[in-house]
Structures are given as C-alpha cells and as structure tokens.
Design a protein around this ligand. Sequence first.
Ligand SMILES: C[S@@+](CC[C@H](N)C(=O)[O-])C[C@H]1O[C@@H](n2cnc3c(N)ncnc32)[C@H](O)[C@@H]1O
Length: 219
Amino acid sequence: MIGTNGVGSVAGGLADQLRNPHGAPGRLIGAAMRLVNRQPNSFAIQALDVRASHDVLELGFGPGEGIRTLARLSPAGTIYGVDQSPTMLAQASARNRAAILRGHVQLSRAQFIETELPEQSVDRILAVNVAYFWSDGPAVLAELDRVLRPGGRISIYVTDVATMAHWQFSTSGHHRVFSASQLSDLLVDGPFAPCRITVKSITLRFGISGLLGVVAKPR
Ligand SMILES: C[S@@+](CC[C@H](N)C(=O)[O-])C[C@H]1O[C@@H](n2cnc3c(N)ncnc32)[C@H](O)[C@@H]1O
C-alpha cells in the first residue's frame, strides 16, 4: 500500500519530470504531454496569429508538437525553440527532423532567461505550460522583450490554480501556480505596456480551467 509519503513522492517525481523530463520516464512524459497538451497548444497558437513569414520562438518546446504546428503555419519564417531538457531536445528533433535539416526549424538546449537569440529576432513567442517554472518571472519577460520585434506578440497558456489545486503534483513545490489576477500581475510587472496585455479564462476538455495571456508589443 502507498502511504501519504509514497503518493507525495510520486507526485514530486512527476512534477520534477514535467519541469525537466529526463531518462526513460522523461521520454514517457514527453509522449504523454504530446497528447494532453494538444488542446492548450491549439488555443495558444490560435491567439498568436502566426503569418506565413513570421519568425517564431517556442519557449519550452517539450516533445515538439507545437514546433511542428508553428512550422506548418509559417513556411517562410524560421521556427526557433529552446528547452533545458536533452531528452526533450532529442524527442522534438526527431519529430521535426526534415524541417531541421532544411534550416526551417532550429532547436537548442537553453534556459528561459537566456535564449541565446539575437535582439529583436522573432515576431511571435509561444509559451505553453512553462510559466510554472519561471522562478524569476521579470528576468524571463525581459528576455522575451529583448528578442521580440516591435509589433510582435506573445501567447502564454497556464492551467488555472482552480484546476491545478486538484492535481497533487502541482502542490509539491516545483510549480508556481496562477489565478487570472496572478498571471495578469506577473505580465503587468514586466516590461510590456499594461494596456497591451490581456488574460482570459478558457475551458478545456474535462472541465479543465485554463488561462490564456496575450501580450502585444507596440510597433
Ligand atoms: C510541462 S512541459 C511543457 C512542454 C510543451 N510546451 C507542451 O505544452 O507540451 C515544460 C517544458 O519546459 C522546459 N523547461 C522547464 N524549465 C525550463 C527552463 N528554466 N529553461 C528552459 N526550459 C525549461 C522543460 O524541460 C519542459 O520540456
């Protein structure tokens, strides 16, 4: 029988894998994320309004499904992705091999606060299920502002604390969780004009409450 500590350590292990997928469990987590994160990715990518020649950055690409969709939406742009996990880099690279060989997709192992992209090099930034791991939110937002071109847009999805509170892994200390006002406060505290920030609540399958934050950078 698994006691409270056993359940707690399983939840902690899952949270740690979601933050930094590694080894065989990390590969399984990647396969699961590809399926369960499809709907939030779809909402966030729709809000991004990607055009055919946009250069796009995905922050924390995980298994690389979002990268694949972005590459389809922008055949004439370059799709960049950064993620700290070598396991996810391998999975996403395998999933986007042909586009990587053509130079259409460029994936690298890097940190949210140091994407290693040049200043004002992208038109769009996608960040799905990653803000939980922004231990230094202002530093991440400063980095996004640095690489985003004027007129650019950022789309951020997180699951609402109202749902996350029911998921034991999210309370094990690895995730920062958000209500709509907390996500809004995070974004407003960053370098972007408050009037160009929107946060809206969305409902996903199985009654999951999500939050979609969109930031538009003035031209
Ligand atoms: C929960 S997964 C989300 C993956 C993908 N966006 C999706 O929706 O399926 C979070 C991803 O962020 C990455 N990550 C977490 N902290 C990071 C950091 N500080 N710098 C770069 N990547 C990070 C993890 O390696 C993982 O692949």
